[in-house]
Design a protein around this ligand. Sequence first.
Ligand SMILES: [Zn+2]
Length: 346
Amino acid sequence: MKATVFHKHGSPEVLSYEDYDDPQVTSNQILIQVKAVALNHLDLFVRSGIPGLNLEMPHILGSDISGVVVELGKNVQNSFQIGQQVIIDPGISCGICEFCIRGEQSLCPSYGILGEHYRGGYAELLAIDAKNVVPIPGDAPLDIVNAAAVPLTLMTAWRMLISKAQIQPGDDLLIIGIGGGVALAGLQIAKTAGARVIVTSSSNSKLERAKELGADIVINHNEMPDYHKEIGRLTKNRGVDVVLDSVGQATWTRSLRSLRKGGRLVTCGATSGPNAETNINSVFWRQLEILGSTMGSRDELRTALKLVWNGKIHPVVDRVLPLSKAREAHELLERGEQFGKLVLTP
Ligand SMILES: [Zn+2]
């Protein structure tokens, strides 16, 4: 098969489109012909090298995958059909620890992500355990290329807002940095949950697009760097119920200051850096809750997907490029000008 791999960590130039051995299915696996694979910021971090993550080279990136079933392992012959369209749950867990038994796979001590800890979907074929394979219903209102843009960010945003922050109808939610996959999935989830959603970006065109997707209030954080003061004005000095912040260091203090008393900040990442200052007095006196969240469980993904299958949530795709142009896609994602997902097709 053809695959885009890298033999050493580095800049986008290390990505190489080349021949690679076809994967062989084991008895509990399914062979997928990959139709599309969506990029995540995770791909950039893994390509550059994450301290402590020692990969067997060459590595194949790609966590968000859609495709068609082409071969079934002998134990899963009756579970799926050849030709069926599917997406892949990128979470890989042991299945036997206390957290997996409880259905909390993303707390599994050996939790890993397809494309990060395991070779992923920047390839024509992928062999994957049947329990990670999710059928796309025949009447789902999206095509197979757009379907690749769904799993990772949808499950992440769902766990953050529904399971962790427990967002309620009428809540005010502030999303920092609209345009990325988690933020866009979060916006759509929060609107279906009945929240009022305020979003920030440095780009007016991204803010306009966010309004089309249902954002109630938009703030350009370049024009208004003290945006927590604007949040105070908009909420009559109350603050918002929930902040979704995956930017981290650059926005952390302002995110905490945007919360109402007893409000919840939920984070799944720190793209601007991991070390921020927290005023502990403010945390206890104002009874703030800081909630960490990573990926989601198999159940959370399947529950969230119902909203995609019934057309309430739409994946937002910026553009589609051939797999051989993965390098160009990485450069685009590094520049951060996209609105929604970049998708590669083998
Ligand atoms: Zn486990």
